[in-house]
Design a protein around this ligand. Structure first.
Ligand code: CAA
Length: 283
């Protein structure tokens, strides 16, 4: 299938990163959000992140300008009628995602593939909320999208092979590596990564070490590029908690219990970098 136009729903850090990499790879991109402020911030951050690549000579100024021109923003899901493939990258909340599918589906072309960047929610269950479970699958990018090389591909029970091959072909065109995961809560990366972050929050909660010592323990002691609490602040504590809850509920195993301190921070609105405060202060 020849995919030329990609729709992205949600202009947060994942949605804007996804729009960035598709536009640079030559695709026409339609970036949608309900909030114009988010769309404006997304375009500004895509420009800034492309500038980093220009500075490193990874991208030319002309390619950057052409890529930015390929991104159109819209608040109207009717504009997705031109899309060959749509990636939903809204908040990690099943009800929100299903509501988005409901408003999107009447405008989608028959041939269009619908995918989700969910970090943990069942692909089969999300597919069942659409009109096209055979043309639906998980297309899971890592943060920061322009830097991280992996995309997890997750089939739902009904996903057909043409859909899978089309998505696999897109990952290749983006210059990234596909990792195929089965439809289990958290798939592969978050099944391993988010409990590690949750354990770091437990270590903080129980007073095993300060945030700085927990993070330096893992950067200097285990060669992670950033500490687990710094990483949680980058991912967003609300997203980390949502994923832990999916793991806890989906596996029915107390080893996935979200740390009470993580719950408390989210309840306080301390969501990490995006809110100015998480385990560290960004104000
Ligand atoms: N866009 C484009 N380029 C970016 C970027 C962005 N948003 N952010 C960083 N970069 C580039 C920089 O230009 C730099 O490039 P060079 O090294 O070629 O000069 C490189 O990335 C490193 O950036 P910095 O020097 O600014 O910072 P750093 O060395 O501290 O690296 C990092 C930053 C890439 C984020 C690194 O710390 C890292 O890899 N951290 C771990 C990230 C991770 O684990 N991500 C997965 C999260 S889990 C997930 O996403 C799944 C989920 O569902 C929750």
């Amino acid at each position: 299938m020849d995919i030329k136009t990609v729709g992205v729903i949600g202009a947060g850090q994942m949605g804007s990163g996804i729009a960035h990499v598709f536009a640079l790879a030559g695709f026409e991109v339609i970036l949608n959000d309900i909030d114009t402020g988010s769309l404006d911030r997304a375009i500004a951050s895509i420009g800034k992140n492309m500038d980093r690549q220009v500075k490193k000579d990874a991208v030319s100024e002309a390619d950057k300008d052409a890529a930015l021109k390929r991104i159109v923003t819209t608040q109207n899901t009717a504009d997705f009628s031109k899309a060959d493939l749509v990636i939903e990258a809204a908040t990690e909340d099943e009800a929100v995602k299903c509501k988005i599918f409901e408003s999107l589906i009447p405008h989608l072309a028959d041939h269009a593939i619908l995918t989700t960047n969910t970090s943990s929610i069942s692909i089969t269950r999300l597919a069942a909320a659409t009109d096209r479970p055979e043309r639906f699958m998980g297309f899971h990018f890592m943060n920061p999208v322009p830097v991280m090389k992996l995309v997890e591909l997750i089939r739902g029970i009904a996903t057909d092979d043409a859909t899978f091959q089309a998505c696999k072909g897109l990952v290749d065109k983006l210059g990234k590596t596909a990792s195929v995961a089965e439809d289990f809560p958290g798939f592969i990366v978050n099944r391993i990564l988010i409990p590690m972050i949750n354990e770091a929050v437990y270590a903080l909660h129980e007073g095993v070490g300060t945030a700085a010592s927990i993070d330096s323990g893992m950067t200097l002691g285990a060669a992670h590029p950033m500490g687990p609490l710094q990483l949680a602040d980058m991912i967003g504590l609300d997203t980390c908690l949502a994923i832990m809850r999916v793991l806890h509920e989906g596996m029915a195993d107390s080893k996935y219990r979200p740390c009470p301190l993580l719950v408390k921070y989210v309840e306080a609105g301390w969501l990490g970098r995006k809110s100015g405060r998480g385990f560290y202060d960004y104000s």
